[in-house]
Design a protein. Structure first.
Length: 267
């Protein structure tokens, strides 16, 4: 079977133009690279300093060509972050070095806490306080409201706990990693074709996992968010999607509503 057709348009010119128009261009000599804190097959993330600020720098590994998916993902993240204003629940863009267009370096806010995934894994099923459940869930929903209630809409397409960062005191949650995101004109949201099977299977909506290429919209993010919120509420990782049963919802153990929610619903 042929691979899904990727209908996303990756535009380095648009992304680099946004950087220059927004006065976000950073020169190589302004960046001081520090320790590596993340690594994938084709990219690395390091702590960096520039203009007196601590940040993270995302860059491609040596030898990764501009025609690769890794390059396209980095360009898409740059385009998304340069097209939105700052929001407390979205990791903040701080600048980019684009002197070598084939090797851009994207600078983003350094969030000094764990990912939601690593934090919940260490909880080993021990439930959180109700105010934490409510606070993190609202942080996630505020981030999605920010992305979805605009034109063009921004569909994240890879919502998962590993892409949600917590600040050190655990008081705030921030959405990151926009490499798979897509901008869609609001008027075309019901007809626009997208590549299917995009994201992480465990949190992937049925309409995404079930087709090679087809129409879906920002509601796929809502589906993913609902599973993440269930994970936050129960500290139990949702079961993985069974691809043979993509039209069925995951079987989740329904938790008892917390007292504060029962009180709210009774009014």
């Amino acid at each position: 079977m042929a691979p899904p057709v990727d209908t996303t348009v990756h535009s380095p010119q648009q992304a680099f133009g946004n950087v220059q128009r927004g006065h976000w261009e950073v020169q190589p000599e302004e960046i001081e690279l520090g320790k590596k804190i993340g690594e994938g097959a084709n990219a690395v993330i390091v702590v960096a300093r520039f203009r007196g600020n601590t940040c993270v720098a995302k860059m491609l590994k040596t030898g990764v060509a501009p025609n690769t998916q890794a390059y396209k993902d980095l360009i898409m993240e740059l385009e998304i972050l340069t097209s939105v204003t700052a929001h407390p629940n979205v990791v903040q863009f701080m600048g980019a070095c684009i002197r070598q267009p084939e090797k851009p370096v994207v600078l983003e806010e350094y969030v000094d806490g764990p990912t939601l995934e690593s934090f919940l894994t260490k909880r080993a099923g021990n439930k959180l306080e109700q105010r934490t459940i409510y606070g993190w869930s609202m942080d996630l929903l505020r981030a999605l409201d920010f992305l979805h209630n605009r034109n063009p809409i921004i569909i994240h397409r890879d919502l998962k706990p590993a892409n949600l960062l917590l600040v050190r005191d655990l008081s705030l949650l921030k959405l990151t990693d926009f490499g798979m995101a897509k901008k869609v004109d609001r008027a075309a949201r019901e007809v626009k074709q997208h590549k299917g099977y995009t994201g992480t299977v465990r949190y992937m909506a049925p309409e995404v996992i079930s087709q090679r290429t087809g129409n879906y919209n920002e509601r796929c993010d809502i589906y993913s968010a609902s599973l993440i919120m269930w994970y936050i509420a129960t500290c139990q990782r949702p079961p993985n999607n069974d691809i043979s049963k993509v039209l069925e919802r995951p079987v989740l153990q329904v938790p008892s509503p917390p007292p504060f929610l029962l009180s709210y619903l009774s009014h």
